[in-house]
Design a protein around this ligand. Structure first.
Ligand code: BG6
Length: 477
């Protein structure tokens, strides 16, 4: 629909921003925290810095929450580091880890900021990885259950919004890049077994949240990349639907309808894949009734038909930050992704496409009719402090303005959206590009090459966003 006025946001809309433990906290060996697999992986991504200090949020959370409060935040999405709560397999939680999150949650609540808490955002403890070969062994299901139950009991009196697993679909689709694939040669089949085990962990978290948290609500966080057909050729339309299934819909249907959809069952049959479903599993999944979808959305993709005789091509993400280094995937017989001539691209070749935000919200609402919150959305770019001591990130302001406007339009279109939390509050470590690829509303004064004073410098986008949210989405600046 076309509107003759700016969008109107609901009165109780929650405005905030987002982070994840391993990317923001630092203090990786303090107060009993043990190593996470992602710590070790971050050390391999040279020339970028690792996560041992990150934004030093572990020591500076009070200062960070104060900045959130000054900007008028009503929500903050963060994650809990599993190795801080269970540094080893003793079954005894680490009180100092619990204390840290208690303090953070209390600080947020003191400033009327609703905590939106993610249980798993890539920081699997090394001991879990060693014992269960990552997500490959079903033994992890009980350990995950132990971890989430501990979190619900410790924080559930104050935390009412929970997320199970961050971007399970992305972890499966890009298993090597995100470090969960253990054997490239067998990943084509293994990924569905691993995925089923993750689904069981998700289901355990949903069931336990409803059991242990009074008025607790929980949802998954798919990484969402809306897919457009390249042309009106019917084959391109089916290719776009295939891509949608194999990168998103298979997961979202499972979360919402609590069973594997017909597409994936047929795909497994045709490819002789055994996803490792055991007796009783689907009964547990059937009980895992989610309350909302949390959505991470940065970009869109475009798909076209791919002949069965084409050579397969892996998705090679741009890791250099120099435009033109991304290679789109080809999945013979199903789809290939391709360049979209109608949108701009970031230095990392991510589509800049605000309309995809409205498209995604409409799509998810139409399919699942569940409330939605945005847990990630943002522009990764090079930022620098200028001679006046400030960070002038006008391009990020334009990016956020366009994206948030589309959230507003989706709300006007009838979608139930309850919160918007861009990535990220402060600069954090990017998954592959250290501090070089910055997303924050607040600059962290440090670089990949040397650790500086980690001073917080609110960027121009921070001030712009504060004005917008203090007016509940009326003052576009
Ligand atoms: C999301 C992840 O997929 O994308 C974040 O949940 C991540 O952890 C963000 O940082 C941006 O990706 P990147 O690779 O630019 O850090």
């Amino acid at each position: 629909m076309h509107y003759t006025h700016d969008p109107i946001f609901p009165k109780k809309f929650m405005w905030g921003a987002s982070s994840s433990a391993w990317q923001v906290e630092g203090a990786v060996n303090e107060d009993g925290r043990s190593d996470a697999i992602i710590d070790l992986n971050s050390k391999k991504k040279k020339p970028y810095t690792d996560n041992s200090i990150a934004a030093d949020h572990y020591h500076r959370y009070k200062e960070d929450v104060k900045l959130m409060a000054e900007a008028g935040f009503s929500s903050y999405r963060f994650s809990i580091a599993w190795p801080r709560i269970f540094p080893n397999d003793s079954g005894i939680p680490n009180q100092k880890g619990i204390d840290f999150y208690n303090n953070l949650i209390n600080e947020l609540i003191k400033h009327n900021i609703e905590p939106l808490v993610t249980l798993y955002h890539y920081d699997m403890p090394v001991w879990v990885d060693e014992k269960f070969n990552g997500w490959y062994d079903r033994g992890i299901i009980e350990k995950f259950d132990e971890f989430v139950r501990t979190c619900f009991k410790a924080f559930g009196d104050r935390v009412k919004y929970w997320h199970s697993i961050n971007e399970q679909n992305m972890q499966i689709c890009y298993g090597e890049w995100l470090g969960i694939c253990k054997n490239k040669d067998t990943w084509f089949e293994d990924k569905w077994k691993v995925n089923h085990i993750m689904n069981m962990c998700h289901a355990k978290a949903v069931v336990a949240c409803h059991e242990l948290v009074e008025d607790g609500k929980i949802g998954p966080i798919p990484g969402y990349v809306p897919i457009y057909p390249y042309s009106s050729h019917p084959d391109d339309q089916i290719a776009a639907m295939n891509a949608e299934e194999l990168t998103e819909k298979v997961w979202n249907d499972l979360y919402a309808f609590r069973k594997y959809n017909g597409f994936i069952q047929s795909y497994w049959r045709e490819n002789n894949i055994n996803p490792g479903i055991q007796d009783g599993d689907m009964e547990l999944i059937a009980q895992a009734n989610i309350d909302f979808f949390a959505l991470n959305c940065y970009r869109s993709n475009t798909a076209k038909a791919c002949g069965i005789d084409e050579e397969p091509q892996e998705y090679l993400l741009n890791k250099s930050g120099v435009k033109g280094n991304l290679i789109f995937p080809k999945v013979p017989g199903l789809y290939q992704l391709t360049h979209n001539p109608y949108v701009e691209y970031t230095d990392w070749d991510w589509e800049i496409d605000p309309v995809s935000m409205r498209y995604m919200l409409r799509y998810v609402w139409d399919h699942y009719q569940l409330p939605m919150m945005i847990t990630e959305n943002g522009l990764g770019k090079y930022d620098k402090v200028t001679d006046d001591g400030k960070v002038h990130d006008q391009d990020r302001i334009e990016f956020l303005k366009d994206q948030i406007y589309q959230v507003g339009l989706a709300i006007m279109d009838g979608c139930d959206v309850i919160s918007y939390n861009p990535w990220s509050f402060t600069d954090i470590l990017s998954t592959g590009n250290g501090m070089a690829k910055r997303y924050g509303l607040v600059y962290i004064n440090t670089t990949d090459e040397e650790v500086l004073d980690l001073r917080r410098i609110p960027k121009d986008s921070y001030y712009w966003y504060a004005n917008l949210i203090k007016s509940n989405g009326e003052n576009w600046g």
